[in-house]
Design a protein around this ligand. Structure first.
Ligand code: PMT
Length: 311
């Protein structure tokens, strides 16, 4: 049994798995009939529980900004979107109004029984286009939201999504922006209940999480256009690691980014080329997002691929 098969054999699916599988199947079949292009976006970080009844877990930094912003740009370009994200991480559209930003857009007119709330005039310019795009996506049933929390949830959901996406063949694009845990505590080594501090500091042995890119590219969606991401903190190894990944998994494109500069620049790495996509200082000050350029470039690559790989 391979490492990834062993993982599935030793981890139960999440409780909402069957419901999500039905939603994924229905969404894919409906849009396949309409002849659309589809993108699966993974977004946010996975957790690694330390107990079955989880009080504590290992997490990572990802808030899901890349994935949520990219979803909006893919929709703008006419793709339908499966947005597979970490529960409570950023989502397309609502990300513009999270936290206090939303409250600051509103005005309270406190007049006793006739109290009302309005959007501040200078916020209407911000809210209106986002609301219009949201309504278009929602009313056309163009986005499906499915969520994971743990690395094990992510595994089950990713495979189910791929199995449904396979019918799109080359028209399916996978945009794997999630920050998936590399290490975990295997289910059979995890205590059932909260680890007690009375027994002293625990020694926790983490094991390597199998990479899913191998079965994904070779078995689940062999005809799809697969884009993975590579995050590093040491710039000198970024392109080498991205190219290693391409050589190992044989997918189409790796987008490399540095933790510190990921909002300003990324590098597109293919089998034979690499080029930087970046924002100027002026573009950043004007509120442009790098995901706009990333998505445009990815779609150009997907379109080229479709010209030569139609079945
Ligand atoms: O959320 P933000 O703050 O906007 O940050 C966005 C980001 C930095 C998280 C994103 O741009 C990014 O780089 N995501 C990938 C992080 C990473 O380095 O992943 P990795 O090297 O562990 O994995 C490489 C690729 O394989 C990734 O596309 C990952 O989704 C995929 N993978 C990883 C592990 C695993 N078991 N199976 C996988 O398929």
């Amino acid at each position: 049994m391979s490492h990834w098969e062993e993982f599935y054999a030793t981890h139960l699916p999440p409780t909402d798995f069957e419901d999500n599988r039905i939603l994924l199947k229905e969404f894919c079949e409906r849009h396949k009939k309409a002849g659309e292009r589809i993108v699966l976006i993974t977004s946010g970080g996975t957790t690694v529980p330390l107990e079955h009844n989880t009080v504590r877990f290992v997490d990572n930094f990802s808030a899901g900004t890349r994935g949520a912003a990219s979803a909006e740009y893919f929709l703008e370009h006419g793709y339908v979107v499966i947005f597979m994200h970490r529960l409570k991480s950023l989502e397309p559209f609502t990300r513009h109004f999270s936290g206090q930003k939303f409250m600051d857009m509103l005005e309270l007119h406190d007049q006793g029984p006739n109290t009302s709330i309005t959007v501040k005039p200078d916020s209407v310019d911000v809210l209106a286009p986002v609301l219009a795009s949201y309504k278009h996506a929602q009313e056309g049933g163009r986005v499906l939201y499915v969520t994971f929390t743990t690395v094990s949830d992510y595994f089950w959901l990713l495979r189910a999504a791929c199995e449904c996406l396979a019918i799109f063949e080359t028209k399916a694009l996978l945009f794997l922006a999630a920050a998936v845990s590399d290490f975990y505590v295997p289910s059979n080594e995890m205590p059932t209940h909260k680890i007690q501090s009375g027994a002293g500091a625990p020694t926790i042995q983490l094991q390597l999480v199998p990479k899913l890119l191998a079965p994904l590219v070779n078995l689940w969606v062999p005809h799809a256009f697969v884009v993975s991401f590579k995050l590093e903190t040491d710039e000198s190894i970024l392109i080498v690691k991205a190219r290693d990944s391409l050589n190992k998994y044989k997918h189409k494109l790796v987008i490399g980014n540095m933790l510190q500069t990921r909002r300003q620049k990324v590098v597109f790495v293919t089998k034979d080329t690499s080029f930087e996509v970046s924002l100027t200082r002026e573009q950043m000050l004007n509120g442009m997002e790098i995901e706009d350029s990333i998505v445009t470039n990815v779609i150009t690559n997907h379109t080229e691929f479709l010209k030569t790989h139609q079945y």
